[in-house]
Design a protein around this ligand. Sequence first.
Ligand code: FAD
Length: 471
Amino acid sequence: SALFVFVVDPYFFNAERAEKMPHRLQYMLDALAVLEREIARRGSRLWFIRGRSVDVIPRLAHAAEASEVLAMRWTEPFGRERDRQVAEQLQVPLVLHEGETLLPPGSIRSLGGRPYSVYSHFRRRFLDRYSHEPTLPAPSFLDRSPLPEGFDVTRCPTLSDFGLTANGMLQPGGEPHARQRLDLFLDQMVQQYGTGRNDLGRERTSRLSADIKFGTLSIREIWNRVRTCDAPHEDKSTFLSELVWREFNYSTLWDHPEILRRPFKPTWNDFPWRWDPDSWRAWMTGTTGYPVVDAAARQLLQTGFVHNRARMISASFLTKHLQIDFRRGESHYLRWLVDGDWAQNTMGWQWAAGCGADAQPWFRIFNPITQGRKFDPDGSYVRRWVPELEGLETRYIHAPWEAPPEALEWAGVKLGETYPHPVVDHATARKDFLATAKAYLNPQTPTSGAGTFAASAVGSAGGFRATSQPA
Ligand code: FAD
């Protein structure tokens, strides 16, 4: 027999923290309510117990005379530390199952036994090792065991317990919804995933990231069903490769927990990021004047989700055009994303900034105009999230400042009033970042354009490693 327990730890479940992750909390509480129902339907009960997990679990295991404690492994450093503390106090084994990843983090190693820092090498080794484990069906009946005395039993928390109200634009959490998303993806999208995944305007990706993150649908089941479905090999392989990127990110965090605070590449530790509250606010609120960047910002705040291509454009813009520290963007994303995840998010941000493992080269700067034209060619992504540009002709939708006055007037757009002028000029910002980065990363290489160089260092936080000091 078994006891099913969810510990309502005040460290996570309090109003202050809830405000810092309202969307994830909403998803998780939705999913927990479903889990509670499903366990009850099978004849048992999910107990919600208030307290610190490091106290409750060992005490409960002892009181219930448990022979073992089962849980899902976490890769995040604080989860690992929590599990270590729980295991230390238990008199029975703590059995951690791989729910977050396909293979245990830290198990993919080079022949020399070292972690990989190049994704393609990791992927090759992963595909050699992973044996497509089958998934087990959920049991149809569960025993109900009595809870020993002396525990602070509560009910499944709700958003209102933390002073929050539900956001109706969020994708709903819980296994039935996750299954629907997977079925829809297999039925209609996986067949063109290779090209469709970059299409900003159509929803051609699975939207399974939160389900995978919270474990409401098994990562193994998703892997197996995609692998064996009837779709072109290329499309399936592209999708499965994304799941391997995810493994790579977890594996990197496992070996380098410090990346939650610092760049993966230590050479970036003192990068002279700038701080400009106005451009930061413009980026956060979706008022930079670059429509695709603004669409991403607003999609995030309204729905807790951002398309992957838009995440890359938006992160590149913050870190390169505005030269704002990637950690600021990272924590803003973590606050609002439903799928917000320490490993995936920090690695995504560090990839875009250029300081992560196998990152985008620092000198590759996404052009928000051409990215918009290429991946949102009919402007539907922009029109959906930046409705004040809705009437603008498609040829101007990614660069409204290029539109002639009559086109703006016809569309009811008044630049500087109904929609902002660009917060920075793309070409100037690009040159500026390249000069800053080159001076910092390759101080021996002469930089061109002293004026650009001087401007690039304005507001830099200590540690500027250029050979000459800014004017
Ligand atoms: P699909 O295209 O359907 O992909 C299927 C699954 O593969 C996803 O659900 C996800 O689990 C995984 N996946 C897809 N793309 C990536 C990727 N580039 N890196 C790692 N895994 C991937 N993903 C998160 O889950 N949580 C985050 O906090 C997060 N933050 C990010 C921040 C930035 C700056 C960037 C560039 C990417 C981030 N990603 C994050 C990765 C990616 O954007 C999302 O996983 C993806 O957009 C989710 O949409 P989907 O489920 O429809 O993806």
